[in-house]
Design a protein around this ligand. Sequence first.
Ligand code: ZN
Ligand code: ZN
Length: 239
Amino acid sequence: MKFSKGFISRKDLGWPASAAPLKTKKTLGVKVHYEGTRSPVRDHSYCKGYWSGIRNSHLANKAEGYSDVAYSLAVCRHGYVMEGRGVGYRTGANGNQTLNANHDSVVVLYGTNDSAVSAEVVQGLKEAIQYLRTGGSGTEIKGHRDGYPTLCPGDPLYAYVKNGKLNPDLKDDDDVTPADINKIADAVVDRLLSADKFTAPKDAADYSDDPKNPRHYWTGRSVFADLVTRVRSIDKKLK
Ligand SMILES: [Zn+2]
Ligand SMILES: [Zn+2]
């Protein structure tokens, strides 16, 4: 699958294979998360190290007893998709065993300091969700707060969870297909031929020189029909 900005694998990150449990069934979909603390706004060159730091802090969390970073995937603020546990592994981020078995997880490396969601992040999230679907993730797109008492993923991201714009099946507004173009072309031609837009010839039987009178106008079809008739009659005379 194609990633607009790029996919950063565990191998790229220098991580070993995940020790997290494998999924035992398909999930209903994905839950979206954020960091829940302030998140530094820095150049993309910091993102790999930053994501590795999050994994290290999860591994050091004795209370949770994590076997790996808790999230399935991450999307950095620049729109790159970074591998977490990865497709096929059960997430540890959603709150409890049942919630983790029901949904995969994607964390956006946004924090409480982020008040808007960039187009790059929306695109990265769509790609992350699409990628999870290749590994047995259902079509639901929810927030961590759905079914668990937390503010995560924060109001700006949650608005996108709700407005449907993270759906990877959704085409961009400017994504016009050749079939769309054909439909538009047919509609234009039909409008041109059927609307009374052309001044009728003065020698027409029912011509009116009053522009307010409908007889002042012809449709494109009438114009063409008239032209053909005239050309044929000239042609006949020439022969
Ligand atoms: Zn969360
Ligand atoms: Zn980045």
